[in-house]
Design a protein around this ligand. Structure first.
Ligand SMILES: [Zn+2]
Length: 236
């Protein structure tokens, strides 16, 4: 049972995300990006590809410096299905290559290049900080603890199994707010190193629904995230 839970969690990504239908990888190479800053400029797949060309070498270099044992060859993918909600996520493909995924609706939803750059920096930071494997460790631990407690109180096999499932979910979420703030911190640095403005970029949080401080919520309140970005950018 624990193994089944772990297998399930291995495919869970750090942000809730629906299954992609069409995947288009941006072409490599091409002219360097023109950085647009601050203003409200609708973003397109073409402008996203400019941001990717500018940020990818920076992010991969920082990954190799900060996490030399990790695969730092990012695959950056756009999920074109217009029915997918605005979202971005980080995961690993079957070969262990880090994938940063963006829905086309997210690209349309942001107001300028800095916001898009900040989201890319944030997702890349999740990989560099090793959040997926740290989350899986917490899930395994949670499943073991909840399962053992249920067994001690005389639960049936089914009762133990559902306790393990609950434990895995609680474990996986127990550090997720910290992970989000950590990714905002490193994402701020990656955005800045790539020549974009993380303070302008983080304004995106002001327009997405604030998760507040719900018990077991996976994301910290938006105001807390903006404060972390401001603090990090000030130190840079
Ligand atoms: Zn995140």
């Amino acid at each position: 049972m624990i193994l089944r839970i772990i297998a399930l969690l291995a495919v869970v990504t750090l942000a809730a995300c629906e299954a992609p239908v069409v995947v288009t990888a941006p072409p490599a190479g091409g002219p360097s990006a023109v950085v647009q800053s601050g203003a409200s400029e609708p973003q397109s797949v073409a402008s996203f590809q400019q941001i990717v060309r500018r940020m990818e070498p920076v992010v991969e270099r920082e990954c190799r410096i900060r996490a030399p044992r990790l695969n730092c060859d990012f695959a950056i993918q756009i999920f074109e299905n217009p029915r997918l909600p605005p979202n971005a996520f980080q995961t690993l493909d079957d070969g262990g290559r880090p994938v940063l995924g963006f829905t086309a609706t997210l690209i349309e939803d942001v107001r300028n290049a800095d916001e898009l750059a900040f989201v890319l920096g944030h997702e890349a930071a999740h990989h560099i900080a090793g959040h997926l494997s740290r989350q899986a460790e917490n899930a395994t631990l949670g499943a073991a603890i909840f399962g053992a407690l249920a067994a001690q109180t005389g639960a049936t096999a089914d009762g133990v199994a559902s306790a393990q499932e609950l434990g895995a979910a609680v474990g996986a979420r127990s550090y997720s707010k910290d992970f989000e703030l950590e990714a905002d911190r490193l994402g701020t640095v990656l955005t800045q190193l790539s020549g974009y403005d993380p303070l302008v970029g983080a304004a995106y949080f002001n327009r997405i629904p604030d998760p507040g401080n719900r018990f077991l919520g996976t994301h910290p309140p938006n105001a807390q995230r903006i404060a972390v970005v401001q603090e990090t950018a000030a130190q840079f």
